[in-house]
Design a protein around this ligand. Structure first.
Ligand code: PLP
Length: 417
């Protein structure tokens, strides 16, 4: 991975204890990362691994629908232990086409604590999203809440492996089976996640992965739909080609959602790195938790003992009363230290402008989601992030928390000016 410049971030400027004891940058101290640390970076194979196959693509002129996509799909299906993998142009198009190919209509139960694309894909298929609350510990869709939200118009449940933490797939399958519903899993964050020691990708009627640059397996832009249903896989292959089965007499209103050969090559190479990437992220997440163990007011998404998260994101929850700063104040203090963060998922999707009108009719009751959203913040994590960078982020957090009272006073004085 010599082409990933972030290894250089490891240069230590001062001994750890001095940095941890210094004044936070938001109060005028020296930033822990004067050079900045990004929230994420894609972890990519060395150029040498890509050069030869890329050259061959250019020479052959086969830019799409070639043998690399077929090889990528076979390799993914084998790795995930599922019968069919259909490469698509993104997880969003994969979700959309899955809804189309499964002939869904009416209402779909979906968490609001997710990325907007989960919901937008349903809406593109004229489905009505009905938002369901998440579990306060795992932050994944709550199967009991989903079951309570079922109406005669409900046709499907969409679970999400949020931040790479496997959704409660067996419980969701049981709810779906009891009520004759389709179950789809948005596995955008799923590459690298394990459930009972096996990769996710085999649950529900279909799972839909993303392989965009923020994920553990990268194809540039791209996604994969996985299913054990051969007829569905066939339909998806036609749907990603405008619905054209080959004779130009379309059988469904598909779109162009093909994965390019360039992407498939990148996917084949990053698949080789997937297990190592997942292990590294788990080690980094464990290191964060260890280094922050004595900091009050920080809690984590619960990963079940029989699961492994991909840690596509490491999102923490800030209890303002215990930490001394609220999430937004903490975010400002981290930014002053040169630390990139995100607020996933804020606002939750049911509070997006897009859904304002629909929500005035639905008035969803989502107390867990609404309590979670103002308190979450995602910290830097990427597969080749040096452990030393985690230590430095944690040093910054420790000194921010130690000076919480002073920071809160300074920020509120600033606001009043
Ligand atoms: C939960 C979730 N679903 C869907 C998507 C959309 O994925 P893509 O960018 O591949 O369309 C994302 C993007 O990160 C996501 O986080």
């Amino acid at each position: 991975m010599k082409n990933n410049a972030d290894h250089q971030v490891a240069t230590v400027r001062q001994p750890v204890s001095d940095r941890a004891n210094g004044r936070p940058a938001v109060l005028g101290g020296e930033p822990v990362f004067p050079e900045g640390i990004p929230f994420m970076r894609p972890t990519l194979p060395p150029w040498e691994a890509l050069a030869d196959p890329l050259r061959k693509i250019i020479e052959s002129g086969m830019l799409t629908k070639g043998r690399h996509l077929e090889a990528f799909e076979r390799a993914i299906a084998e790795y995930l232990g599922v019968k069919h993998a259909v490469g698509v142009s993104s997880c969003t198009t994969g979700l959309l086409l899955t809804c189309l190919c499964l002939d869904l209509h009416g209402e779909v139960l979906v968490p609001s604590f997710t990325f907007m694309a989960t919901v937008h894909a349903m809406v593109w298929q004229q489905l009505t999203p009905v938002f369901v609350d998440v579990d306060p510990e795992t932050w994944n869709i709550n199967p009991a809440a989903a079951e309570r939200a079922i109406t005669p118009r409900t046709t499907a449940i969409v679970g999400v492996h949020v931040f790479g933490n496997p959704a409660p797939v067996e419980e969701l399958e049981r709810v779906a089976a009891r009520h004759g519903l389709t179950l789809i899993l948005d596995a955008a964050h799923g590459f690298g996640a394990l459930h009972h020691g096996q990769p996710v990708g085999r649950y529900g009627h279909a799972e839909v992965f993303s392989s965009s640059p923020t994920k553990l397996l990268v194809t540039g832009e791209g996604g994969v739909v996985t299913t054990n249903d051969g007829a569905l896989a066939e339909r998806l292959r036609v749907a990603r080609e405008y619905g054209n089965p080959g004779n130009y007499d379309s059988v469904l209103p598909g779109i162009n959602a093909r994965m390019q050969e360039f992407s498939a090559i990148l996917g084949l190479e990053t698949l080789k790195m997937l297990e190592e990437n997942a292990q590294r992220r788990n080690a980094l997440a464990a290191r964060y938790q260890e280094r922050l163990a004595t900091v009050p007011g920080i809690s984590y998404q619960k990963i079940q003992p029989y699961d492994r998260s991909s840690y596509k994101d490491l999102t923490i929850r800030i209890n303002a009363a215990q930490f001394g700063l609220d999430r937004d104040q903490f975010g400002i203090a981290l930014r002053a230290e040169g630390i990139g963060t995100r607020q996933y998922y804020v606002p939750p999707v049911h509070q997006h402008t897009t859904y304002r009108e629909l929500m005035t009719q639905q008035r969803p009751h989502l107390p867990v989601t609404e309590a979670l959203a103002p308190e979450v913040i995602s910290l830097p994590i990427y597969s080749h992030m040096p452990a030393e960078s985690v230590d430095r982020v944690c040093d910054a957090i420790v000194r921010i928390q130690t000076h919480a009272e002073e920071i809160a006073a300074a920020l509120s004085a600033q606001r009043e000016r």
